[in-house]
Design a protein around this ligand. Structure first.
Ligand code: DGL
Length: 280
């Protein structure tokens, strides 16, 4: 069974591509809706949340966890990989940033724009990963209003088009814009109205990379029965009412995960870390 983790609904826009590319596999999706949005949170809180969620998926029987959330992937992936996915652990954690960066570089030699959450932009992980691929012309824009607009199901409104146009102004000159937040594929029409750049939804690239990775690492997941389970924190009725809109099709009933036993972070570092954060 493959675990897929996101801060809430947004990862369902990634899950649909994973299920499409790997129809015989079993998936367990965890949306941490009760603590979303993640995008404005500090890095150390995100590490704590990510540890709890990834552990939940491993304990539920997943051998492999895909971090579908760009914010977590940009800030905490390396930490999660060291903590859980070390050689010999029999577990792996994969993210979405590198597949997105590779897909963008395959599309253009021109300027790449990154539209994402505040924390993703401040991590500069997209800039670093694109630079590792030899691409040094990247502009970023944090768009904190966009995920709430999608949560509200306002993606087809004048308000959404106005907000998109305003953010896109700061990505002028980009020939490709990475939709670096899992909510943004739902805003494609509103975004297209505000830019001539190609909009890159990383979902298909993530799915293709996962399919290729599994064929190279068959020990981390066995072909299953095509079962899909959903777990969420937060309000179960709200999740049930909204999830299908993000997934783009019908979904099974979710199971509620109670946020019991959450503790406050024990280790607090000074300052604002940049890029990947790893702690002991
Ligand atoms: N899932 C988050 C991401 O892709 C966006 C929503 C949030 O801020 O929690 O970055």
């Amino acid at each position: 069974m493959i675990g897929v983790y996101d801060s809430g609904f947004g990862g369902l826009t990634v899950l649909r591509h994973l299920v499409g590319a790997l129809p015989g596999r079993d998936f367990l999706y965890l949306g941490d809706n009760g603590r979303a949005p993640y995008g404005g949170r500090d890095a150390h809180t995100l590490l704590d949340f990510a540890e709890q969620c990834v552990e939940h998926l491993f304990e539920a029987g997943c051998g492999l966890v895909v971090v579908a959330c760009h914010t977590v992937s940009c800030v905490a992936l390396r930490h999660l990989q060291r903590r859980y996915g070390y050689p010999g652990s029999g577990r792996r954690v994969l993210g979405v940033t590198i597949p997105a960066a590779e897909a963008a570089v395959a599309l253009t030699r021109g300027r790449i724009g990154v539209l994402a959450t505040e924390r993703t932009v401040r991590s500069r992980t997209f800039v670093a990963e694109l630079a590792k691929l030899g691409h040094h012309d990247t502009v970023q824009r944090a768009a904190p209003l966009l995920a709430p607009l999608v949560e509200e199901a306002w993606e087809a409104t004048e308000l959404a088009r106005g907000a998109c146009a305003r953010y896109l102004r700061d990505l002028e000159g980009a020939s490709v814009i990475i939709l670096g937040c899992t909510h943004y594929p739902l805003l494609r029409e509103a975004l297209e109205a505000g830019t001539g750049a190609a909009l890159l939804d990383p979902g298909p690239a993530v799915a293709e990379r996962l399919r290729a990775w599994l064929s190279r690492h068959p020990d981390f997941d066995a072909p299953g029965e095509g079962r899909l389970q959903l777990h969420c924190t937060g309000d179960l009725a709200h999740f049930t009412a909204s999830a299908a809109r993000f997934y783009g099709g019908p979904l099974p009933a979710p199971r509620h995960v109670v946020e019991a036993g959450s503790t406050l972070a024990r280790l607090v570092l000074d300052g604002t870390p940049e890029g990947q954060v790893v702690r002991g």
